[in-house]
Design a binder for this molecule. Structure first.
Ligand SMILES: [Zn+2]
Length: 320
């Protein structure tokens, strides 16, 4: 890696910020920009680990180790130099996505976002907050992230900005989803209403919340998941379409569970539900197909006024 790029990587992340992500807290601060705390590299009861925040260097008087951020990452995670660099690159991408999500979250007050959520019947602040839903108004994200100190290159590499320099998720409701973001266009005439960052679809949405849940409800879209969450069905997940990729299918068949499939009521949805149910049975899982009223998906069903009890009745009537 080029020396400049290495310095850039080292300086972009503060040692203090980095360690605070691992719940490390300083217990003393000096006026010269130095902070002290218990050493994260060895066991001790009195703080002998110092960070010089301006120089972004550390030194521990207890174990005698010190250096820059890369050295700390090597010692803390037991990594080689190249591994530490790869780790820091991933760390910056995660921070970048977190900052983008925080920005999108702060845009939910915009009239077009409020109108869209209203039309989709989504109004519960707790659901919006838990799922991290935000809104990309377009044109403002890059300026905000550059202000935070990210380089234009990073925004492009993360896929947040397209080659024309525009916000990739322009005028979309945004859902954080693992290492990527999903954006649903609010424009009814948009020809590609669903978009992921270039990192792809990834696994099932929200899976880290219920990898060992005995029952899950599988739906098509992110808004279906949100509608179910809002109605109290928090074991809902989706693959972002009717067809699951192999990662998503693997997730469903790892562990024992009943999968309730609630895909769209249209022919394509029902065909996909039937074939998925067959594959799940073959893999040894229980599967049930929930039949929604004609022309509905779970989101539109709830938006049209259905209650949690109505959906519970559908679950009881589900077919094998
Ligand atoms: Zn130490």
């Amino acid at each position: 890696m080029h020396r400049d790029r290495l310095d850039e990587l080292k300086n972009r992340i503060g040692l203090l910020d980095y360690l605070s992500r691992y719940d490390w807290q300083p217990c003393r601060r000096s006026s010269g920009g130095q902070v002290a705390g218990l050493c994260p590299l060895h066991t001790e009861t009195r703080p002998s680990f110092w960070i010089h925040t301006r120089k972004n260097l550390f030194y521990c008087h207890g174990c005698g180790r010190g250096g820059d951020l890369i050295r700390l990452v090597q010692l803390y995670h037991h990594l080689t130099f190249p591994e530490a660099i790869a780790h820091l690159r991933r760390h910056t991408t995660t921070s970048l996505l977190d900052d983008a999500i925080a920005f999108y979250r702060a845009q939910l007050h915009r009239p077009e976002a409020i109108a869209y959520l209203d039309q989709r019947g989504l109004h519960d602040p707790a659901t919006l907050a838990t799922l991290g839903i935000g809104y990309a108004p377009g044109a403002c994200l890059a300026a905000h992230l550059l202000d935070l100190g990210y380089a234009p290159d990073q925004l492009r590499q993360a896929g947040l900005i397209n080659p024309e320099g525009r916000d990739t998720l322009y005028r979309r409701m945004v859902f954080p989803h693992g290492a990527t973001l999903y954006g649903r266009s609010i424009d009814p005439l948009c020809r590609a209403p669903h978009r992921f960052l270039h990192t792809g679809k990834g696994g099932l949405f929200g899976w880290p919340w219920h990898p060992s849940a005995p029952q899950v409800i599988l739906v098509e879209g992110f808004f279906d998941v949100a509608a179910l969450w809002q109605a109290g069905f928090v074991h809902a997940t989706c693959g972002g379409g009717t067809h699951l990729n192999s990662t998503q299918f693997q997730q469903l068949i790892t562990g024992k569970r009943t999968v309730r499939i609630a895909l769209d009521a249209d022919a394509a949805g029902q065909q996909a539900a039937l074939s998925l149910s067959t594959r799940l049975h073959q893999a040894g899982q229980q599967a049930r197909r929930i039949l929604l009223p004609q022309s509905h998906d779970p989101a539109s069903y709830f938006a049209a006024g259905a209650s949690a009890d109505d959906f519970r009745t559908l679950i009881e009537q589900a077919l094998p």
